[in-house]
Write a protein that binds this ligand. Structure first.
Ligand code: GUN
Ligand code: FE
Length: 425
């Protein structure tokens, strides 16, 4: 029998476009060598010999992608949520991240992080580490062993931060990054490196330009933060007076889409020039609604980004967001979009349950290629979910059960099976 070839049976849901939610009750999801062959209500003859796992009445959905989170911030999730971004970085984030100089600490913290991520609904993630190469490699090894598909970034920062996290200068930061890339670029099956300038304020121009060169040389993707907070945007204007907007700083340095596949987290306050640049360059927006609430950042105009064809996925932004549950981030994405519609722009109608389901699965998954859907040809990431612990007197259809799972996962929802690229983990 072919490896990673099997059939999952159950109540199956997935999207092919953001407006098309598909559900097949008691359907057959066929996987051949890790790749989906589609979903069928009657099993085609050619697949009759594959082994079937019958999950009965349970829900089966694609794995979720967390497009933006900080592994080293996991220890202080849920703490220090009384500050805005720049003060929160100084007071909570930088002190925690400085601990990852100590590999023993990193071992403990990254073990907890990886175990919890493995147990969550996330099958793929794009992750910030710290400036510390050994700790970042340790994180990559743990994620590789967990079987999750991830991009992991060794962070660059050479100015405007505590001395404990400030790299000596741009040249030293670039040399260390090149060393790290050499060690990791073809090292793993599941884990890949991604260039990670923390954000423009903590990166000098020579550092950003040097990272742009490394991007070309190693053909690796890029992640950073963009237009999250109003004070941050004003600061970028002061630091880089030649830029037409915040995003232009990255753009002028070769770190903003096009050949350099890029994720920018937040984009809460992007101006028209920046939005146009994102669209033209195919820059992904990692929408992190819970973080934007916790750090009082604002509400990102996701409806606009979708209308303009900008690729969007969801991010937890741990520890700006307090938890890993992508279900919670889906519910928050709907919630903040309603406030945006009510308070900011009545032309921008709220996101629907189908749309956020798409964002959490195929929207973010597309950063990895064909992932996040059960359409034929997609890498098969699947979650099997038991919702019997979420009590009700009602007789619900499959879509209603999924909707309730999104809102009430923490009340008794259980993930009882998790597959990544056709491998049960
Ligand atoms: N901008 C720069 N660094 C960070 C970070 O760690 N978290 C968030 N939310 N925004 C940032
Ligand atoms: Fe972040």
């Amino acid at each position: 029998m072919k490896e990673n070839s099997f059939i999952l049976k159950g109540n199956i849901c997935y999207s092919d476009t953001k407006d098309r939610f598909i559900s097949v009750d008691q359907g057959y999801l066929v996987c051949c060598q890790g790749i989906s062959q589609g979903v069928y209500s009657v099993l085609p003859e050619e697949y009759q010999n594959l082994p079937i796992t019958d999950y009965g009445d349970h829900l089966i959905i694609p794995g979720m992608t967390d497009l933006h989170l900080h592994a080293p911030q996991y220890p202080f999730r849920g703490l220090g949520m009384d500050l805005e971004l720049l003060d929160w970085l100084e007071a909570h984030t930088f002190p925690e991240e400085s601990h990852y100089q100590d590999l023993e600490y990193a071992e403990k913290a990254y073990r907890i992080f990886t175990e919890d991520l493995k147990a969550s609904a996330t099958t793929r993630a794009v992750i910030f580490g710290t400036i510390h190469t050994p700790a970042t490699i340790l994180l990559m090894e743990k994620l590789e062993a967990a079987g999750l598909k991830t991009y992991v970034g060794r962070v660059n920062m050479d100015q405007n931060c505590t001395d404990l996290l400030k790299e000596k200068n741009a040249d030293a930061s670039l040399a260390d990054t090149a060393e790290w890339l050499k060690k990791t670029v073809n090292q793993y099956q599941n884990t890949k490196p991604i260039l990670t300038p923390r954000f423009a304020p903590t990166c000098s121009e020579p550092l950003l330009k040097g990272l742009g060169k490394l991007q070309k040389e190693y053909q690796v993707p890029v992640q950073s933060h963009l237009s999250e907070n109003l004070s941050e945007i004003a600061w970028v204007k002061e630091l880089f007076p030649w830029s037409s907007c915040y995003g232009d700083v990255y753009h002028q340095c070769g770190l903003f889409g096009g050949e350099a596949k890029t994720i920018m987290a937040h984009c809460v306050h992007s101006c028209d020039i920046e939005v146009e640049m994102m669209r033209e360059k195919g820059v992904y927006v990692a929408h992190c609604p819970q973080s934007n609430i916790n750090l009082s950042s604002g509400i990102a105009p996701i409806r606009r980004y979708l209308e303009e064809g900008i690729p969007v996925g969801l991010g937890s932004d741990i520890a700006g967001g307090a938890n890993l549950s992508m279900f919670r981030h889906m519910a928050d994405a709907i919630g903040v979009s309603k406030l945006y519609w009510r308070l900011v722009d009545q032309e921008k109608k709220p996101l629907t349950m189908e749309e956020v389901f798409y964002l959490a699965t195929k929207g973010g998954g597309s950063f990895f290629g064909k992932a996040g859907s059960f359409e034929k040809g997609y890498e098969l990431d699947a979650l099997v979910m038991d919702d019997h612990g979420i009590h009700t007197t009602r007789d619900l259809n499959t879509k209603e059960r999924l909707e309730r799972y999104i809102y009430l996962a923490g009340e008794g929802g259980r993930i009882i099976g998790k597959y990544v690229a056709g491998v049960k983990i």
